[in-house]
Ligand binder design. Structure first.
Ligand code: ADP
Ligand code: MG
Length: 340
């Protein structure tokens, strides 16, 4: 028996330890169509009572069709958005209701990376100046320490140090995302929420950036929430996966088990839509019929019932809660497809 086999936690997140971050019944609503007329505007539940633990060291993939609330949840977890209701803790401390001042230490520990890094890169500033500013504003390094750290950051993201003197437009899409990652790493965060970080890149470049994320996690002991609509990418990088539909998590579980035996009919349908080059006809494609309903007017009962092949009267009247169906799997369905 090897030494590694005797350490059951080696290389995998410790799910028994207190979570790094925990959301409980977290909600975010937007008021849309509001005019000056009193009582105008409708409530849109973009994130609807989401409960979630994020373990130190894990990569939690977040998937779901466009409009399911992934980005809004990501922005709530990083407190770029105020949350409407519910609780959010980081390292045991409530930060859901914290104001900007109280959030200051949290801002260093939790960073967000976006699909288009250009939006957060000033086109008129060299990479060196942009990164140096982050280091000094957050008092991470001072004096000669700054230059040394700039070099380290470039090494970490696989860019030549000479590129510090370039402007954002002088980089390719993949290189720009590397700069975006360097910027996030500059504050030495513990948790990174990456919102579709490779979706805008060519497929060959996607793989390199996904590998970079994995390498950095191992090297720097990072924890990720990795948002993507591409299920193949999510499978590659995630230790666990959460599936969102109309603002709710409908299923969450360990990546391989979830991909092999989806339990929620929505997960099953999403997975069956992945092109399978070596498919021997085992998994037939289950079409998601109809459009995703409007979050302004979600279906009564299970939100998925209008598109579900298995829906019954129970599903059309009672909303199922997220419940455990096996040791590492939670599903919000009256008729889970997989349970142990
Ligand atoms: P995803 O990232 O999964 O595509 P989003 O979080 O962007 O989903 O959006 C979830 C829902 O919230 C959508 O119906 C979207 O139209 C709505 N939404 C997102 N941001 C806003 C906003 N700032 N104002 C109003 N509605 C919003
Ligand atoms: Mg999004």
């Amino acid at each position: 028996m090897s030494l590694m086999a005797e350490d059951p936690t080696h290389g995998s997140p410790n799910l028994a330890a207190p979570p790094l971050m925990a959301a409980h019944a977290l909600s975010k609503t937007f008021i849309v169509g509001k005019t000056i007329a009193p009582g105008s505007g409708r409530v849109l539940h973009a994130v609807d009572e989401v409960s979630l633990d994020i373990a130190q060291g894990e990569t939690l993939g977040l998937v779901g069709e466009s409009g399911s609330g992934k980005s809004t949840l990501g922005r709530c977890l990083t407190r770029l958005y105020d949350v409407t209701a519910g609780s959010l803790t980081f390292e045991g401390q409530e930060i859901g209701k914290a104001d900007q001042r109280a959030l200051k230490p949290f801002r260093r520990k939790v960073q967000m990376i976006f699909q288009d890094p250009s939006a957060s890169l000033n086109p008129r500033r060299r990479v060196r100046d942009m990164l140096a500013e982050v280091l000094t504003v957050h008092k991470i390094r001072q004096g000669t320490g700054v230059e040394a750290r700039l070099g380290e950051l470039m090494d970490l993201v696989g860019l030549r140090r000479a590129y510090l003197d370039r402007y954002p437009h002088e980089f390719s899409g993949g290189q720009r995302q590397r700069i975006g990652i360097a910027r996030a790493l500059a504050v030495e965060p513990k948790l990174i929420v990456a919102d579709e970080p490779v979706s805008a890149l060519d497929v060959s470049v996607q793989a390199q950036i996904v590998n970079l994320f994995s390498d950095l996690r191992d090297k720097l002991d990072l924890t990720y929430v990795f948002i993507a609509h591409d299920l193949a990418v999510v499978r590659q990088v995630s230790t666990r996966v959460a599936v969102m539909y109309l603002g709710s998590i409908v299923e969450i579980g360990e990546t391989d088990a979830l991909y092999q035996h989806p339990s929620h009919p929505y997960t099953e349908a999403l997975l069956s839509a992945i092109p399978q080059p070596h498919n021997r006809g085992k998994r037939s494609r289950i079409l998601l019929s109809g459009e995703i309903p409007s979050p302004l007017d979600p279906p009564v009962g299970c939100k998925f019932n209008t598109r579900c092949a298995y829906a019954t009267d129970l599903c059309r009247t009672v909303r199922p809660k997220l419940a455990q169906v096996s040791p590492e799997r939670l599903v919000a369905c009256h008729y889970p497809l997989f349970q142990e």
